[in-house]
Design a binder for this molecule. Structure first.
Ligand code: NAP
Ligand code: MG
Length: 503
């Protein structure tokens, strides 16, 4: 049984001050109330208590935000030089660092993650990502092309490509990592000279509102970054269908991703999708178990398993199976569950009561279908939406928890023997997803064979989910369309114009 820490410690003065403000929508550089006047409650998932309210934007508010984004795109933002855009992005990174403690506390209260995780995100991941993209505006280049259209001879025509910002972008993001989700949309939008209307998840709207203030302070012109808080079915759907939006950048579930594609069909806006995952972690018998065991535990239980890259299917060679399962279960049992603001807490709550019921349903299915419950499997008796880190052994490919993305702390272990490489590789790819995956071995040849066989957008060797701002990230199959991060992450926000000049 994991340890529990006592009740919630209180956040600092800046965070308390932010929570008491009546937050509006951020449109055209100003705070606005939702036109229909509706608001919704924001909860701390570690206590179940209401901590703030936010404005419930709807279609009319999306109209206003898109109009502001269009005006900024055609107006002041288009006059910024590439170097000036880079400077603004860099400044935003600095402001995020300066307000790191407040942002981290807001993220903890909104999402439930442990403070140490939020602090790492706010002090390292987010500013480093913005700084990486701050270097790009001055390096977005077209090409000169050796053409001969309509019988022109060399010297009679000059052809080149222009790389232009795509226009007004709508972004819709999930609740599992609110700040990183915002960062992966906002940084390339600013780098390319696009403008943005962001609809953050209704469950976690707070840090986006704070970053909107910081972006304005960094010199991002009014209307370049707009935030419309609200629900997916209203604000989100209106954004995805809006005829004035040139591109939709969506991160969330595969199911909602499909509805985004349908909604985007009206004006055939460009679409990029970062969707679900069910990533394999494959352990060969020569792997360094002192690294495998904590690595596999972290791969699954980071963010309470509410992580698109989560390594939720663990395939372990039978020679080391028992040691790995025992080791991972020992870590799971020893995890300190508690309020994220308690420094002793290592494992937070799930995002909502509904999400906890969903996870519980998958655990019950695993039991019913004959999985061996090694640890966890229940929700502790305390306020908040906690669920214990859970390990199932003796699973197989057709069991419900193995086939579906649970988005919770449930690890499914299967074993394999010698000469079963083909089977493991086939099973690794036997879900609708293809987002992440890892292979653990000291045999570099074997590792490279597996890297080739795993059909996902990311494969790591002797680590899991190796993210870096410079490394493209995205999903194969039903895990998504397109790539974010790195140079490739600029592409969805650019359009190419071929220009030929005759004289
Ligand atoms: P979700 O239910 O798909 O929601 C994602 C966002 O879409 C939320 O802002 C939601 O709004 C909005 N939305 C819901 N219905 C909509 C509609 N009909 N039209 C437009 N927008 C709509 O996903 P989630 O439960 O928040 O997040 C978990 C999922 O995200 C998992 O599947 C996970 O794997 C995936 N994810 C993927 C990545 C990646 O990079 N590949 C990263 C993180 C998470 P409201 O919730 O506010 O109503
Ligand atoms: Mg919340």
């Amino acid at each position: 049984m994991p340890h529990m820490t006592p009740a919630s410690p209180s956040p600092g003065a800046a965070t308390r001050d932010f929570l008491t403000q009546e937050h509006g929508l951020f449109i055209g550089g100003k705070w606005a109330t939702a036109l229909a006047g509706k608001r919704f409650d924001v909860f701390d998932p570690a206590t179940g208590e209401r901590i703030a309210t936010a404005a419930a934007g709807e279609a009319a508010d999306i109209d206003a935000a898109v109009a502001a984004a269009r005006a900024a795109f055609n107006g002041p933002w288009a006059k910024f030089t590439a170097a000036e855009r880079g400077k603004v992005i860099w400044k935003l990174a600095e402001l995020i660092e300066r307000h790191a403690q407040e942002l981290a506390e807001l993220e903890v209260l909104d999402n439930g993650q442990p403070l140490a995780v939020a602090q790492y995100v706010v002090n390292h991941i987010v500013p480093e990502f913005f700084r990486y993209y701050a270097g790009w505006p001055t390096k977005i280049e077209g090409a000169t092309i050796p053409t001969s259209p309509q019988g022109r001879r060399p010297g009679e025509v000059l052809s080149f490509t222009l790389r232009e910002p795509l226009g007004v972008v709508g972004a819709i993001t999930p609740w599992n990592a609110p700040l990183p989700m915002l960062m992966v949309k906002l940084a390339p939008v600013l780098a390319t000279g696009c403008t943005l209307v962001l609809k953050p998840a209704e469950l976690t709207p707070l840090t986006a509102l704070r970053v909107a203030q910081l972006a304005a302070e960094a010199g991002v012109p009014d209307g370049v970054f707009n935030v419309v808080t609200g629900f997916g079915e209203t604000a989100g759907a209106a954004l995805a269908a809006h005829p004035g939006v040139d591109k939709i950048a969506f991160t969330g579930s595969t199911e909602v991703g499909r509805s985004i594609v349908r909604a985007a069909a009206g004006n055939l806006k460009k679409v990029s999708l970062e969707l679900g995952g069910k990533s394999p972690v494959i352990v060969f018998p020569d792997a360094v178990l002192e690294q495998v065991i904590p690595g596999a535990a972290r791969a699954c239980f980071f963010l309470q398993g509410q992580n698109c890259m989560a390594g939720t299917r663990l395939y372990v060679h039978e020679k080391v199976h028992d040691r790995v399962v025992d080791g991972v279960a020992r870590i799971a049992r020893g995890m300190q569950l508690g309020h994220g603001l308690d420094p002793a807490s290592q494992f937070g709550p799930l995002i909502s009561a509904e999400q906890r019921e969903r996870v519980r349903g998958f655990v019950e299915a695993g039991r019913r279908e004959g999985g061996e419950l090694v640890c966890g499997g229940t929700a502790p008796e305390r306020p908040g939406w906690f669920f214990e880190p859970t390990v199932f052994a003796r699973m197989h490919a057709d069991m419900t928890p193995v086939k579906n993305e649970i988005f919770g702390p449930v690890l499914c272990v299967q074993s394999f023997g010698d000469d079963e490489l083909e089977r493991v590789a086939a099973e690794a790819n036997a879900t609708i997803y293809g987002l992440s995956g890892s292979v653990w071995t000291r045999d570099i040849g074997l590792a490279m064979q597996m890297v080739r066989r795993i059909d996902s957008g990311q494969v790591s060797v002797n680590m899991h989910a190796a993210l870096d701002p410079a490394m493209p990230f995205g999903g194969n199959r039903q895990s998504g369309w397109g790539r974010e991060f790195g140079k490739e992450g600029l592409e969805p926000y650019l359009k190419t114009k071929g220009v030929s000049v005759a004289w």
